[in-house]
Design a protein around this ligand. Sequence first.
Ligand code: HEM
Length: 166
Amino acid sequence: MSSSTAPPLHEALTPLAWLVGTWRGEEGTGDYPTIKDFKYKEEVKFDHVGQPNLEFSFNSSHYETGKPLHREKGFLKIQPGTSHLAMVNTQNVGIVELSEGEVKGQEITLESHTIGRMTFGKDPAVTKIQRTFRLVDPDTLEQVVHMETSATTPAQHHLSIQYKKV
Ligand code: HEM
């Protein structure tokens, strides 16, 4: 195979084929009981190299200035032959999120079972992250994030954004 030829999607990833690509969100909204409401932009890429996992990057930016803000990189794995998912996600704020969940049709739900944190991370500590990805239509992906922190329990809404396929 020549290096310029994209490998075919691994057959285990067929249930996630709708997620592959680059997605751009121009009007995300964020809130949390302890902070001011905000808007943001975000570019999301789900890519693969022919292995039974997707690799992703989520790069958010300031709504007005475009300055880079929260960033995430990781892998989304599927247990072959099932709808069971696992996500390994490293974040620039010094968090590692290990989540598991399900893909059902064109919707993914994930909930963290482990959050790793730097020894010098800012408080409040994140104690749980819940995500939903949903294909609203073939060109529109939505992500909603709820989180629990050492300051709030149970989980509260933090982020909602719709992305258009680039
Ligand atoms: C605040 C976590 C994604 C923007 C916070 C806080 C936490 C947090 C723990 C502090 C809350 C408090 O002070 O009580 C996370 C986690 C994320 C995430 C775990 C991913 C799963 C994002 C994204 C943006 C964002 C994508 C987009 C710009 C903000 C802003 C604040 C904030 C503007 C308030 C200002 C600040 O404290 O820096 N986030 N966040 N977050 N987050 Fe997120």
